[in-house]
Design a protein around this ligand. Structure first.
Ligand code: F6P
Length: 366
């Protein structure tokens, strides 16, 4: 039997996202093909802290390519540098630095380092593990929001856009039959990518994104103009991070223990109430929520996720540590993982896609 070259471990952290399993499959298969052993860590950094990992072979990843979610499990709460271990007598959470446990768990199994598939929270933790603890890491950028620095595309985004576009196609039916304003609130955090792409693909009349604060008067003008022109309905896509000029984003809740505690949500409902009150036109909001993150990834996401998984494993095997894979000019690039801490990738307001949308008379409420 050929001697194995080394051991690597893979984990998925942060919110689930279509295409995670495609990355895991690619990572395990590439390692096996090159005579490495790949361990799967359960539930993100939680499994690294609790030593919950197992050897994976191509048998373990057979059939997972079209499946949503992650077979490894995930969490956006367990930060090894700030890990909740209980509560004090006042009910306040007690945090502990678990870096020594993490390093010990990796070393005890003879694992050389980690492939971390995650969003900015998980990739920043991976960067800290490499910087402060000497752990060898390679990151794979993941999020439906498409808002990570450096990479022009994250896997999961295309699937989320497809889902939101289908929702818009379906909302047209009720909008037209009932002569209503129908708003669709989509995810995306502080970036408007999902709203922008699905809005164009789904024929929206208004697209409200965080990068362009909206003026409610402009939104009303658009709806009323359409009515005057015999279009008795309007479709609005509103990103969860959209905000009125001079106003704030709508926060749904705070998740204290999370890497990123703010959870946005609720702007769509506020907007339709406003429209109904001021125009008298019956208006409704649908919040698409987690349907955007669930289900089978699109072919585009499966291909991108596979390319990322292979490239990350190759980078690790060739000693190109403390890096992250990225898509740049449609090619896979290997960049320093520290760059994940740079500015998020937001919609440039002067981009050709915004111009195109404006030319086909989509209003951004500006
Ligand atoms: O980052 C992905 C995302 O789905 C965002 O679009 C959304 O704001 C957030 O995660 C929701 O997080 P949670 O799963 O913790 O509710």
């Amino acid at each position: 039997m050929t001697k194995k070259k080394g051991k690597i471990a893979v984990l998925t952290g942060g919110g689930d996202c279509p295409g995670l399993n495609a990355v895991i499959r690619a990572v395990v298969k590439t390692a096996e093909h090159n005579n490495y052993r790949m361990y799967g860590i359960a539930n993100g950094f939680h499994g690294l802290i609790t030593n919950n990992m197992k050897l994976m072979t191509s048998k373990d990843v057979s059939g997972i390519l079209p499946i949503g979610g992650t077979v490894l499990g995930t969490t956006n709460r367990d930060n090894p540098f700030h890990y909740a271990v209980g509560k004090d007598e006042k009910g306040e959470i007690i945090y502990k630095d678990m870096r020594e446990t993490v390093v010990k768990n990796i070393e005890d199994r003879g694992i050389e380092g980690l492939i971390v598939i995650g969003g900015d929270g998980s990739l920043n933790i991976a960067a800290q593990l490499s910087r402060e603890c000497g752990v060898k890491v390679v990151g794979v950028p993941k999020t439906i929001d498409n808002d990570l620095p450096v990479t022009e595309r994250t896997f999961g985004f295309d699937t989320a856009v497809a889902m939101a576009t289908e929702a818009l196609d379906r909302l047209h039916t009720t909008a037209e039959s009932h002569h209503r304003v129908m708003a669709l609130e989509v995810m995306g955090r502080y970036a408007g990518w999902i709203a922008l792409h699905s809005g164009i693909a789904g024929g929206a009349d208004c697209i409200l994104i965080p990068e362009i604060p909206y003026n409610i008067a402009s939104v009303l003008k658009k709806v009323e103009e359409r009515k005057k022109n015999g279009k008795n309905f309007s479709i609005i896509v509103v990103a969860e991070g959209a905000k009125p000029i001079g106003g704030k984003m709508t926060v749904a809740r705070m998740v204290k223990e999370s890497f990123e505690p703010i959870r946005l949500g609720g702007v769509g409902e506020k907007l339709v109430r406003d429209i109904e009150e001021r125009t008298g036109i019956e208006s409704r909001c649908t919040v698409l929520g987690y349907l955007q993150r669930g289900g089978s990834p699109t072919p585009y996401d499966r291909v991108l996720a596979t390319r990322y998984g292979v490239a990350a494993t190759e980078a690790f095997m060739s000693g190109n540590y403390n890096t992250m894979v990225a898509l740049m000019s449609n090619k896979i690039a290997i960049v320093p993982i520290a760059l994940v801490a740079s500015k998020p990738h937001l919609v440039p307001v002067d981009s050709d896609i915004i111009r195109a949308a404006k030319h086909i008379s989509i209003s951004f409420g500006d």
